[in-house]
Design a protein around this ligand. Sequence first.
Ligand code: SF4
Length: 278
Amino acid sequence: MSTPDQPFASYHLWSLIAPASGQERWHCQMRRGFIKARQHDPLVKALLKTATAPQRIGLLAQKGVYEFHHNRHLLNSEDGVEKVAQLLKLNYSSDEVQQRVLQILKKYHEEPLLSGKRIIQLTRGDEGFPKPILIERENYSFRLYATMDCVFSDSSDTLHILDFKTGKSAFDTRQALVYLLAARYLYPQYQAVASFYNLEFSKKSELISITKGELESLEFELASIAQKHQRDLQRYQLTNNSFSKIFPPNPGYHCRFCPFNSICDFSSLKPAKVHLPR
Ligand code: SF4
């Protein structure tokens, strides 16, 4: 995905380049470097493969919703939650993951948000990268990646893109905006709206929509992000030893939650290097 000669953009890249509002203090460009420039280094690769408990919960919750709608009778049967838990092989997960996912399945079984909706697309969550959308304009071109959890239609001409969440993290409107831009290319015959739904707290976000003019600006902004990242990758490829200049670290308390803290030279968790006098 990150070859230097092919600019791309996605919500994930956007979130790695620019912090969400209120998150500025904890934003670290070096994390982008590890994820998008050094992802093939064996140590980084191994860390990227290790799913954290919150990531597993998110993935299993999404799979659970998929299984409920793939095997519709389970939504109405008394042992539907147990059956879906078996399909997810939940007993192989840690106690924390099992408990939280079971709660999510119970809640969804009681209140299935997608019941009665015309579902156009519902992903399991483990399909990998989606096919990119090639956006080509006079002044820029880039590939847009947008993995939509669920697309359904409310009415004949309105498409609803829904993103499932778990845990306590806040909804980031930028993710919805990227979906709305993707929908413009994938489903041009529809008006589109997007929203988030937290499966753990049964919490819906407001509906997010965007005007044609705002879509144009958004596309331009994503093109700039794609170009900036491509330039950084090219610089890194040419000057391999300037990783920390191209992707500057921002160490702090948040290093505690960073998946790369064990290999990052700048992590606040590592003792400071002692420089001996020559
Ligand atoms: S450990 Fe800290 S400084 Fe290093 S990449 Fe992670 S957040 Fe940035």
